[in-house]
Design a protein around this ligand. Structure first.
Ligand SMILES: [Zn+2]
Length: 283
């Protein structure tokens, strides 16, 4: 069933677990995430990056919304890391009620102004807005930020940012990175604790691929209600297709079997994340 992101995040905060926000790129990705959610009875957020929106447009949005409506578990469809007002408006018009307005690449004052404008727009449609403060290093969706540019979320600034923008949830930068971790992940839990103590809105952590169980659990204790996952599912998709294609002497003729190989590989990864985040069985 299609539910609001506010409901999903508040239930997670109250229940001491986190939901997954899984990026999807096509029908098979949507099927893999939904099959995992149904199999583990997990509430879930399916989401698309601007690159996927650029490639597939509103048909992919409509697919995600319809999959959410048909599910027997609570689901919402979310725009992840969006910056283009025209794309966001088109999605809101189609019925999307959850967006991330990403002004994290801007300076602080510009980020406040950008986010506040998008919050006003989205709230006019009754939609929930996630924003990011600080800058995540790493690469996602063809967007690369050098590590030297990365900066962590300042707790004092986070309080002011949430008040001035009216944002509904906040993505934090506490050492989490997009894409594979260059070495052992190092999260600044003291910083996260300070943010959690002072910021009333649900907290989000991007870059959950590769975080060990102990860090996931500690992050949930310190207020993280949603983890974004992309890299590990992406790898599963490519590996599923690759293994199926290279298993025989000839190129496969059965497209359904090929697509199912990708779906099964992705579903296994998504299910493991749902168990890890504690949302399995909460639907
Ligand atoms: Zn992200």
């Amino acid at each position: 069933m299609l539910v609001s992101t506010r409901e999903l995040l508040e239930a997670a905060a109250a229940g001491g677990y986190a939901i997954g926000g899984f990026n999807v790129y096509n029908l098979e990705w949507v099927q893999a995430v939904m099959a995992a959610a149904e199999a583990t009875r997990s509430p879930v957020l399916i989401q698309i990056l601007p690159g996927a929106f650029k490639l597939a447009g509103l048909p992919l949005v409509a697919l995600g919304l319809e999959a959410a409506r048909q599910a027997t578990v609570p689901v919402n469809f979310h725009l992840d890391h969006h910056t283009a007002k025209a794309d966001i408006t088109a999605a809101l018009e189609l019925g999307v009620t959850s967006i991330m307005a990403d002004g994290s690449h801007l300076g602080y004052q510009e980020n406040v102004a950008f986010t506040r404008e998008l919050v006003t727009l989205a709230h006019g449609y009754g939609a929930n807005v996630e924003a990011e403060l600080g800058l995540l290093s790493g690469s996602e969706d063809g967007y690369t930020v050098e590590a030297w540019q990365a900066s962590l979320t300042d707790p004092d600034q986070a309080v002011e940012f949430v008040e001035r923008t009216g944002v509904n949830s906040l993505a934090v930068c506490v050492g989490n990175v997009h894409g594979p971790y260059p070495g052992e992940p190092q999260l600044d839990f003291e910083r996260l604790a300070h943010i959690h103590a002072r910021v009333a809105v649900p907290l989000i952590m991007h870059g959950a691929s590769g975080l060990p169980e102990a860090m996931i659990k500690r992050s949930i204790e310190l207020g993280i209600c949603k983890f974004n996952v992309n890299t590990e599912v992406r790898n599963a998709y490519v590996r599923g297709l690759h293994d199926h294609v290279t298993a025989g002497d000839q190129l496969p003729k059965d497209m359904i079997a090929l697509m199912n190989a990708a779906i099964e590989a992705m579903q296994a990864v998504v299910m493991a994340k749902m168990m890890l985040f504690g949302c399995a069985g909460k639907a």
